[in-house]
Design a protein around this ligand. Structure first.
Ligand SMILES: Cc1cc2nc3c(=O)[nH]c(=O)nc-3n(C[C@H](O)[C@H](O)[C@H](O)COP(=O)(O)OP(=O)(O)OC[C@H]3O[C@@H](n4cnc5c(N)ncnc54)[C@H](O)[C@@H]3O)c2cc1C
Length: 382
């Protein structure tokens, strides 16, 4: 483990990497221009849903997501016990609802391959559905029930990680203001320094770049393309009138609903291209509000109690970038987690800790190597 590690970006990925590096004995500084969790990580619904998010096939991304879900309970327990805070991990399971007979066949196809990959998954009919989710519309014809999926309170997990990092001695440099591009020593690893207007110059041996949708800003500094771009997600929550409750994560073709521990019902999310604009628009939220009563009649006439948005870090091929910058083992990228950064935080942090220790990560990462975007000529030169 290198002695001094600088983490750029205080979202879930940066804090998770800092937590693992500090647990392994490194001296870690996290530099964040604003508040920790102030961007995508604080906006997320917190679903840990590898099976719902990967309906097509068992590819390396599916295995990465499944691996991370398996790690979650023990990892959150560690974060909670060090921080003394509750991140509200709820093992509710999920239901992907079919409103038409024609939607059932793809669910059956999904069940077949996901069961072969170790998922508990079954198709449930209207009678069972009304027992599992009594408030669900009687128009639902069937659902794929996946009891192994969970959700967490993303802002509370960020707060718990921040507190755990503080207990482990991490220098948490929030509100760092203007942050210059890192100054990087020779390829032999002669040190990295980052100049900030809020906290002066921070020095380290290794840099971990976890700047989410902003990671593309470093393409010039590192001399290779980082094709990450922001996709805005607009999301809202309802105060469901008691005793109405949604017990599972419920997915439809147009939206999802997640009943949180405090009784609120989170409903998301749009996927729009709006540059770095993270404001909420009437159009983005109206669609969610319109869809609600089709699945849950009690939502008829209810207005959201709150609305917010965040910028998901999307990549050109839909896969995250996890691994060293080509030719620079002292600079590690961990960004581009798009719709699944909350789910993928434990596995990403574990991979980064392995790389910091010079170990081959226990999880295969070749498919996520940043190098895949390097120009062919520089790839073949190495
Ligand atoms: C509406 C919505 C719902 C979502 N729901 C889910 C879900 O249910 N489950 C799930 O797994 N995922 C979900 N996601 C996706 C998830 O939120 C992201 O994948 C995840 O938060 C990415 O984490 P991150 O740390 O990479 O990015 P961020 O949280 O965006 O953090 C990046 C940080 O880098 C900082 N930064 C920027 N520039 C610099 C710089 N120059 N130097 C230092 N720091 C910098 C930013 O200020 C920011 O705090 C959702 C996203 C949205 C928007």
């Amino acid at each position: 483990m290198p002695e001094r590690v600088i983490v750029l970006g205080g979202g879930i990925i940066g804090l998770a990497c800092a937590f693992e590096a500090a647990s392994g004995g490194a001296l870690v500084s996290v530099i964040e221009p604003g508040a920790f969790g102030g961007q995508a990580s604080g906006a997320a619904a917190g679903m840990l849903a590898p099976y719902t998010e990967n309906p097509e096939q068992p590819d390396p991304f599916f295995h990465l997501c499944q691996d991370s879900l398996r790690r979650y309970p023990a990892w959150v327990k560690r974060v909670e016990s060090i921080s003394g805070m509750d991140a509200e991990l709820l093992h509710t399971g999920s239901l992907t609802v079919a409103m038409h007979e024609a939607d059932v066949l793809p669910l059956q196809t999904r069940i077949a391959w996901q069961r072969a990959q170790g998922a508990e998954a079954e198709l449930v009919g209207p009678e069972m559905l009304s027992r599992l989710e009594p408030e669900l519309s009687a128009q639902a014809v069937a659902a794929l029930y996946c009891p192994g999926e969970s959700h967490i309170n993303a802002p509370k997990l960020v707060a718990a990680l921040e507190a755990a990092c503080r207990k482990l001695g991490v220098a948490l440099l929030a509100h760092a203001g203007e942050i210059d591009a890192p100054r990087i020593g020779g390829a032999s690893g002669s040190g990295i320094s980052v100049s900030t207007s809020g906290h002066g110059i921070v020095k380290g041996d290794t840099l971990i770049v976890c700047t989410g949708a902003w990671a593309c800003y470093y393409a010039e500094t590192f001399g290779f393309p980082i094709p990450i771009h922001p996709i805005r997600g607009q999301i809202c929550s309802f105060n469901a009138p008691p005793p109405a409750r949604v017990n599972h994560m419920v997915f439809s073709s147009q939206a999802y609903w997640v009943g949180k521990q405090n009784g609120s019902l989170v409903c998301g999310a749009s996927e729009d291209v709006a540059g770095y604009d993270s404001s909420v628009t009437g159009r983005g939220i109206d669609r969610l509000v319109r869809w609600g009563p089709r699945l849950f009649p009690f939502l008829q006439g209810l207005e959201p109690a709150s609305k917010w948005a965040g910028l998901r870090p999307a990549t050109r091929d839909g896969l995250p970038l996890i691994g060293p910058v080509p030719g620079r083992p002292d600079i590690i990228l961990a960004a581009g987690h798009y719709r699944n950064g909350i789910l993928l935080s434990p596995v990403t942090a574990s991979i980064v800790a392995d790389l910091l220790n010079g170990r081959t990560p226990g999880t295969p990462i070749a498919r996520f190597a940043p190098e895949r975007f390097a120009p062919a000529t520089s790839r073949s030169a190495r």
